[in-house]
Ligand binder design. Structure first.
Ligand code: NAD
Length: 520
């Protein structure tokens, strides 16, 4: 089976823009989205929903999200066993075929899903388009690799048959973040589903409407509702209930470091009556660096910095946060970068000219505003034109001392720090001096330095002479090391193995006589 990445549309073409624009506007009538709890046997709205406000126009509400709780979870798990068994025993070919149908169903609803995501997140259309393609790719890619990789392996000798085969792990809790509600949510469901597991999908509160639209595509394509359960709600409530439930065998988590580490602590305990050792997949934050070498092409550097540090308002685990620039080009780069930052247009994502939108919610807005105030004395450049209403944080460049927390804590917003280096090796030392190891970038024309970076840089994904965000399924399996995560490498060939268990049988086939009934 050949795998092809989903095509990305070119929004410089007028008709592409106008089509999506009209869908974006038509959705206004459906807002606020009312999101139910929806599982095999349960379909309900809760009385006190989570309220998510429009990030660029916070006086209006985008979604009202029902809150699942531990009781809903228990009911869901107890009623899903029969359908789960049926799903587990379908052939791998059949489940892969259904996942390919999920991809087709997603594509048929592309504009609508992208539009819901933009309304919930404030993402630029181009970012949303690329993310949507990744969601589709996850389905097709995992469908293909599970077919290719999970076939039984037999080694049969005279008198002895041996088989090594894979079985699903059981019930998987997929707990996802809001920043990639199409791609990450889809991938975190598709991997465990195609390998025969039951999935408890817990979307982020802020992007439950996007996740619900995607979940409906899975169901429509043939994944039973009793196998993929949609459990929106609070992390501290339904998230925690999933993590600690004795029958959930894998916690597939993507999110913040604090929550990830707390999940690892909780799941290390095996309460009385729990018959499994839980597996925890934690894909966490980043504090990503870029090194600009003495001979760097500054056009490439500026483009790469702008997109990596400020794309989706810096709200990416892979976003650039620490910039190390060689003394030889430091002043020139700084001057050009500050000028380029001032040219960035900030505003509502409904106007496609705006490259920078709002941050996700008031909490982020206040946190980032405070961080800006605390570091005002180190500020050296900032986008000047910012709308008055909406959760807008202007892209900002700081020159803080190297022992400042600006260099160590994940910021998750469009605030970038810059530091001068005097050699490429010094840049590598700084880049590696972090708890995190997710993405890293090198802008250089020196082949020796590029080779050195490949050997020495501590990052799950290293990008050379380009931006450091965006990972294409199959081509760039994604995930970090150190405290950035357990290295799941989403979109790579090993991902599906996280949700299966290898089993072996060996049979003595030397005949020991015949049992009576086989003689008739
Ligand atoms: P978050 O940790 O606040 O929430 C992530 C999910 O966990 C949400 O669904 C939330 O409801 C749930 N949750 C919260 N508390 C919980 C608890 N006690 N028990 C169980 N579940 C709980 O993260 P976020 O703000 O949604 O996302 C941003 C973070 O995610 C950033 O740190 C970013 O770097 C990281 N991230 C990492 C990757 C990666 O691939 N490494 C990708 C995207 C985002």
């Amino acid at each position: 089976m050949e795998f092809k990445n989903e095509t990305i549309r070119d929004f410089s073409i007028n008709t592409e823009r106008t089509t999506l624009h009209s869908v974006l506007n038509s959705i206004k009538d459906l807002i606020p989205f009312q999101i139910p709890i929806s599982t095999g046997k349960l379909e309900k709205f809760s009385p006190n929903p989570f309220i998510h406000k429009n990030p660029w126009s916070p006086e209006s509400i985008v979604s009202k999200v029902s809150l699942a709780n531990a009781k809903d979870l228990e009911e869901t798990i107890q009623t899903s066993k029969e359908e789960g068994n049926h799903w587990k025993h379908l052939s791998q070919d059949k489940r892969s075929q259904i996942l390919n149908l999920v991809a087709d169903t997603l594509v048929s609803k592309k504009d609508f899903i992208i539009a819901v995501c933009i309304w919930e997140t404030g993402k630029h259309i181009m970012e949303a388009e690329i993310e949507f393609a990744e969601a589709v790719d996850f389905c097709r890619y995992y469908a293909m690799v599970s077919k290719n990789q999970l076939a039984d392996k037999h080694i049969n000798l005279l008198g002895e048959d041996n088989s090594y085969y894979y079985q699903p792990k059981g019930i998987i809790g997929s707990i996802s973040p809001w920043n990639f509600p199409m791609a990450i949510f889809t991938g975190m469901c598709a991997g465990p589903l195609v390998t025969g597991n039951i999935v408890l999908a817990k979307p982020a509160e802020e992007t439950s409407a996007t996740a619900y639209e995607i979940t409906k595509c899975f169901w429509e394509a043939g994944v039973p509702k009793g196998v993929l359960h949609f459990l929106p709600g609070l992390g501290s409530e339904i998230g925690e209930a999933i993590v600690t439930h004795p029958e959930v065998s894998v916690i597939n988590f993507t999110g913040s470091r604090d929550v990830g580490l707390s999940i690892l602590r909780k799941t290390a305990l095996v309460p009385h009556g729990q018959r499994i050792i839980k597996k925890v997949i934690c894909e966490l934050g980043g504090k990503n660096a870029m090194i600009v070498d003495a001979d760097a092409d500054l056009d490439v550097a500026i483009q790469s910095i702008l997109s990596s540090a400020f794309g989706f308002q810096g709200q990416k685990c892979s976003a650039l946060s620490r910039l190390f620039v060689h003394n030889d080009c430091y002043d020139r780069l700084k001057e050009r970068l500050i000028a380029a930052m001032d040219g960035l247009l900030i505003g509502s994502p409904l106007d496609f000219e705006n490259r920078i939108g709002p941050v996700i919610h008031e909490e982020s807005y206040l946190r980032l505003s405070n961080l800006q105030k605390e570091n005002e004395r180190f500020l050296i450049g900032r986008t000047s034109s910012v709308p008055n209403t909406g959760f807008y944080i202007p892209p900002s460049l700081y020159e803080p001392p190297i022992d400042s927390s600006m260099w160590t804590s994940e910021i998750f917003g469009p605030l970038l720090s810059i530091q001068k280096i005097f050699s490429f090796s010094e840049g590598i030392v700084y880049a590696n001096d972090s708890d995190y190891a997710l993405t890293c970038g090198v802008i250089s024309r020196n082949p020796k330095h590029i080779a050195q970076a490949k050997l020495e840089i501590e990052a799950g994904n290293l990008y050379i002479n380009r931006g450091i965000t965006g990972a294409v399924v199959n081509r760039q399996p994604f995930g970090g090391g150190k405290l950035s995560g357990t290295g799941a490498k989403a979109g790579g060939p090993d991902y599906i193995h996280l949700f299966v268990e290898g089993k072996t049988y060996t049979e003595n086939t030397m005949r020991q006589g015949f049992s009576r009934d086989t003689l008739q």
